[in-house]
Design a protein around this ligand. Structure first.
Ligand code: ZN
Ligand code: MN
Length: 481
């Protein structure tokens, strides 16, 4: 019998707000001492009151709109009860009765064409702390820096049916949320984590099989392996009776390449959800709704079409730029100033992206100001700065996004010399210093020119047009008898 895999995902995404969801503690504590980004509110001390961070709601709405969801105009926070040492209040403040966004749709590319994945809901909630196990001491420490860092949880319907589709879906979420600049979505940084719900059923069946959930996956390779393993395990159980499947939560061990039972699956009732009496319902009026809607970015596909049609970029170049909203914004800013799309795309792809890679930065980490880049491109296009020196200036601009390239070029003698007398002098000096190279070149050894050329280039600090210098140099040599 042929089986189909039925997969639904719960994806937790850390929102890129400065502060936590219900207090003013900083949400960014990467590398900080444990328990230094905490206050009585996020530590769940008795009597403390939460205050909703408006940016979190902004970002929740934005995420919902990017994923074609309906936005609930009245959205409420609820308490989810469970006890765990990294959860100081013994409940998680989340959304249950009226999440910020519902009924969305995300389109993905599959091997059989486009497929729509329905989004059940997106809810806002707080993250838990972190347990740090010290094996030598035999103790466990708890770090509350991450408690109450804002998350959205994106819950899909069980519309996915393979590891490849899951990968395409996660990529699509990443792209859309990054475009809206609401989240980093970097699994390796823990800013995107994924729970996989999976069951199998005979192809064409309408009823679902027994479902298991693999929690807290944080690499796409592990997710794909886990899906393949679970699918095989389920089919084996159904077909050969190797084991009795139960609804449960499982843990994936990537080293062993196996999943292990953690606990039988809780049902919603176990969590005793109830409205948080300390948080008033959040009412999203028309002004607020329209403001967020107006702030949405152009969708990647729209951008891609515009780049190839309006700016006549190649499909390949356009696609590379559209990988990241930060690249797109820099490119568009640069293009406005230098007035040449091809030139701007060229600089972006062969210089800016290369520098990012060399510095081990993600594309979204680009801080370069597009207009400043445009000014630099223009300086080079107008023949005022040589291309290699332009690259040097770009490197400095990476560290100082407010740098004025022209002023910097002047201060550091990186402007191409228009003083023909100087160039002549340099050429004559080079010729005089190396009669052997001159004789070799005249004797037909083309390569001998390189030594002379290099000398001149160095003396002029790269401030000349290489083709022009070459011509002038050859002319000068030919004048010698
Ligand atoms: Zn706090
Ligand atoms: Mn959750």
């Amino acid at each position: 019998m042929r089986y189909e895999t039925v997969i639904g995902l719960e994806v937790h995404v850390e929102l890129a707000t400065d502060s936590k969801i219900f207090c003013s503690c900083s949400a960014h504590s990467y590398g900080a001492e444990p328990n230094t980004h905490v206050c009585p509110a996020c530590c769940g001390m008795p009597g403390m009151l939460p205050i909703v961070n408006k940016r979190v709601v902004d970002f929740g709405m934005k995420a919902g709109m990017m994923l074609n969801c309906h936005i609930n105009r009245t959205t409420t926070f609820d308490k989810k009860s469970y006890y765990y040492p990294d959860l100081p209040a013994a409940f998680q403040t989340t959304q249950w009765f009226s999440p910020v966004a519902v009924n969305g749709l995300v389109e993905i590319e599959t091997k059989d064409g486009k497929k729509g994945i329905r989004i059940k809901q997106i809810h806002m909630e707080e993250d838990a702390g972190k347990l740090v196990h010290d094996i030598r001491e035999g103790t466990t420490h708890v770090d509350f820096n991450r408690t109450s860092v804002p998350l959205i949880e994106i819950v899909s319907q069980p519309d996915l049916s393979s590891a490849d589709e899951v990968e395409a879906y996660l990529d699509r979420l990443k792209t859309l949320l990054r475009y809206a600049r609401v989240a980093e979505c970097e699994m390796a940084h823990g800013t995107m984590r994924c729970d996989v719900n999976l069951s199998v059923r005979p192809e064409g069946a309408t009823e679902y099989g027994v479902r298991t959930e693999i929690k807290n996956m944080n690499s796409i390779e592990a997710i794909k392996r886990a899906i393949e393993y679970e699918t095989a395990r389920h089919i084996d159980a159904v077909e050969n009776g190797t084991e009795v499947l139960v609804q449960e939560t499982r843990r994936w061990d990537d080293i062993k390449g196996k999943s292990f039972a953690m606990r039988t699956k809780e049902t919603a009732g176990d969590y005793r959800y109830f409205p948080d009496p300390n948080i008033m319902p959040v009412v999203i009026d028309d002004t607020w709704f329209e403001k967020i809607k107006a702030s949405l970015p152009e969708f990647p596909e729209t951008k891609l079409a515009r780049y190839t049609e309006e700016y006549a970029l190649t499909e390949y170049d356009a696609k590379r730029l559209c990988e990241s909203i930060a690249l797109c914004e820099c490119f568009e800013g640069a293009m406005k100033v230098c007035g040449n799309a091809k030139d701007a795309a060229n600089w972006m792809i062969s210089d800016v992206m290369k520098t990012l890679n060399a510095r081990q930065m993600t594309y979204d980490m680009l801080k370069l100001n597009g207009e400043t880049l445009g000014k630099l491109i223009k300086l080079v296009a107008d023949g005022k700065v040589s291309r290699p020196n332009g690259r040097k200036i770009l490197d400095v601009m990476f560290d100082d996004s407010r740098l004025d390239p022209e002023a910097y070029a002047k201060e550091n003698s990186l402007i191409i010399s228009t003083d023909t007398g100087l160039v002549d002098k340099v050429i004559q000096a080079a010729i005089a210093s190396d009669p052997k190279a001159v004789a070799d070149f005249k004797g037909g050894k083309e390569k001998a020119l390189m030594a002379l050329f290099g000398k001149c280039m160095k003396e002029l600090r790269g401030n000349c047009n290489p083709q022009e210098l070459r011509t002038l140099l050859i002319d000068a040599i030919n004048k010698i008898d």
